[in-house]
Write a protein that binds this ligand. Structure first.
Ligand SMILES: Cc1cc2nc3c(=O)[nH]c(=O)nc-3n(C[C@H](O)[C@H](O)[C@H](O)COP(=O)(O)O)c2cc1C
Length: 183
């Protein structure tokens, strides 16, 4: 899952290629905003070629078959502040929220989530509540100064590599604990 936050353009090299190299089948779903970004840059095509699956950024029609296989584990990276808030509140108004919202209540489907946020986002009065809600639902939330130092808006480095190594380690840890579903 990718959202419209800086670093989503690194999704292929940071997450999809390394996960495929480890033997995972990877299916990419994006928020509509992230879909627009990656379609415009041409990255969406690269992701589809690499995964041999369509990238989803809209819900299917009721008459259409599901374009992705059953999911064993979700990784949301980068997650925008907007996505975190909606997920915690149970708002599922796009495909990327619908799938992870359902997974929050599904036993045996781990969720790794990296909030790509700044210091202002976490000072929003609702933020701590959102994080607490997601932790209560056993989401593997990757935050803290060692993972992602918080900068004031527009004060961080112009280009920042997302903490893909930590994200991949987390994916491997949570999926060792949770057996994969047979397909
Ligand atoms: C160039 C650009 C970079 C952005 N980077 C971030 C970011 O790193 N983190 C974040 O929470 N929002 C960021 N935003 C704002 C989100 O794109 C915006 O809140 C959007 O509604 C999120 O949509 P989504 O959660 O549906 O993907 C950025 C916006 C733009 C235009």
């Amino acid at each position: 899952m990718g959202t419209a936050a800086d670093g989503v353009e690194q999704l292929r090299t940071g997450l999809v290629e390394p996960a495929i190299a480890l033997g995972w089948q990877v299916a990419v779903t994006l928020t509509p905003n992230a879909g627009r970004w990656l379609r415009t840059s041409g990255e969406l095509n690269h992701l589809e070629q690499l995964t041999c699956l369509p990238v989803r950024d809209t819900p299917r029609l009721p008459t259409e078959t599901r374009p992705h296989p059953v999911v064993d584990c979700y990784v949301v990276a980068p997650a925008s502040a907007n996505y975190v808030a909606k997920l915690a509140m149970g708002i599922a108004d796009n495909q990327a929220l619908t799938q992870v919202s359902e997974a929050l209540g599904t036993i045996g489907v781990p969720i790794v989530l990296f909030p790509r946020v700044n210091a202002a986002h976490v000072r929003h009065p609702a933020w701590d509540g959102h994080v607490a809600t997601l932790r209560k639902a056993h989401v593997e939330l990757l935050d803290g100064p060692d993972v992602w130092p918080l900068y004031e808006p527009r004060e961080g480095p112009a280009v920042q590599q997302l903490p893909w190594t930590t994200i991949m380690e987390s994916l491997q840890r949570v999926t060792v604990q949770t057996p994969r579903r047979p397909h």
